[in-house]
Ligand binder design. Structure first.
Ligand code: SAH
Ligand code: SF4
Length: 362
């Protein structure tokens, strides 16, 4: 027996695509505007509740389309307030989305994934060990944020001052600049002032250094940039991040200098995982300062989060502190990112890997 075709989701279409979709079923452009408001300002998932749309039209839309979210497979809440959702997509794939509250706890960042797994194989990263890889669709990327808003009851879109989910970091699973079109569409939806309305200044995209796409990203999206740097020489970076063999440090730093919109007020964040005896010496810290000379930079020092089978150890706190002091003495911000949500495996890629392990074990 034939199964009926799955309904098309309206989530994840750009404004232009939504208008084109409505034109295709013979509707006027204002219909797309109405839907946009219901979907992204009100967070409505049921056509029957879209009261500015006639009953007949509601029924017609419901026959053809849906505005669902990804299904929340598991939710975990850490003792420090970090929340993590393992989201299940229609094909059975999973990705994880994390909400990290700020210290003052009245707002925070949603960390979203862009791929299932990652084609890059950074040696310290658990995501890179997962074999299955596919790009997430724009609907799946924007759906992660929307599922977070559902969990916090933040619909309709609150004004800028009243949001728990105030910031977005594109730092979950996957390399966003390898899935740029879908990431860009999703972020444009998040930034749209008549919908979710997150300002570009509150969005940070993290890349391992896909040099040719950095400028494109800055020009089209203008979001804050973070670079997973993690080493100060090509020799070490080649070893721990294979992408460096394609785009070595010199090219990466030039792309940072050329990043549109970076300024002293909007600095590029250099993420630096502290790996014991690999990249954590005082000489490394001084080399790091030379590398970023002249760039509007700030640092984020990340104690390595170990996972089963990982070959590295975390630098001891004294070493991390000394490294941070060298950067701070030179006038840079260099906070040590405290591990959040350790009790719920909140590091990149870990929850999904844990879920796969459990399934394989059962
Ligand atoms: N692919 C992109 C974005 C996702 S990774 C990128 O690499 O930038 C998000 C951040 O988590 C990166 O800075 C990454 O280096 C870091 N990360 C990966 N594995 C980690 C681990 N085991 N401990 C601490 N940070 C890790
Ligand atoms: Fe991919 Fe980023 Fe992990 Fe490297 S650190 S394997 S680029 S997700």
């Amino acid at each position: 027996m034939d199964t009926p075709p799955a309904k098309k989701t309206l989530i994840g279409l750009s404004r232009a695509e939504l208008a084109a979709e409505m034109a295709e079923i013979g509707e006027k452009p204002f219909r797309a505007k109405q839907l946009w408001h219901w979907m992204y300002n009100r967070g409505e998932t049921d056509f029957a509740a879209m009261s500015s749309i006639s009953k007949t039209m509601q029924a017609r839309l419901a026959e053809l389309y849906e505005v669902r979210r990804p299904r929340v497979g598991r939710e975990m809440i850490s003792s420090d307030g970090t929340r993590k959702w393992l989201l299940a997509f229609d094909d059975g794939n999973e990705a994880e989305t994390v909400f990290i509250p700020d210290m003052d706890e009245d707002r925070g960042s949603v960390c979203i994934s862009t791929q299932v797994g990652c084609t890059l194989t950074c040696r310290f990263c658990h995501t890179g060990t997962q074999q299955l890889v596919r790009n997430l669709t724009a609907a799946e990327i924007v759906g992660q944020f929307m599922a977070g808003r559902d969990a916090y009851g933040e619909w309709p879109t609150p004004d800028d001052s009243g949001r728990m989910l105030s910031n977005v970091v594109v730092m979950g699973m996957g390399e966003p600049l390898f899935n740029f079109e879908n990431v860009a569409t999703a972020l444009e939806i998040l930034m749209d002032g008549e919908g979710i309305g997150i300002s570009r200044r509150r969005i940070t995209l993290s890349t391992s250094g896909v040099v040719p796409m950095m400028k494109v990203c800055g020009e089209r999206l203008g979001v804050n940039l973070a670079i997973s740097l993690h080493a100060v020489t090509d020799e070490v970076r080649d070893r721990i991040m294979p992408i460096n063999r394609k785009y070595p440090l010199k090219e990466l730093m030039q792309a940072c200098r050329d990043y549109p919109g970076a300024s002293n007020a909007r600095r590029i964040t250099f993420e630096y995982i502290m790996l014991k005896d690999v990249n954590d010496s005082a000489a490394d810290a001084r080399a790091l300062l030379r590398l970023v000379k002249g760039l509007p930079a700030k640092f984020n020092l990340i104690p390595f989060n170990p996972w089963p089978g990982s070959e590295f150890e975390t630098s001891d706190m004294k070493t991390v502190k000394a490294f941070s002091d060298i950067l701070q003495d030179a006038g840079y911000s260099a906070p040590i990112r405290m591990p959040r949500g350790r009790d719920i495996l909140a590091a990149c890629g870990q929850l999904r890997s844990d879920s796969l392990r459990r399934r394989q074990a059962s």
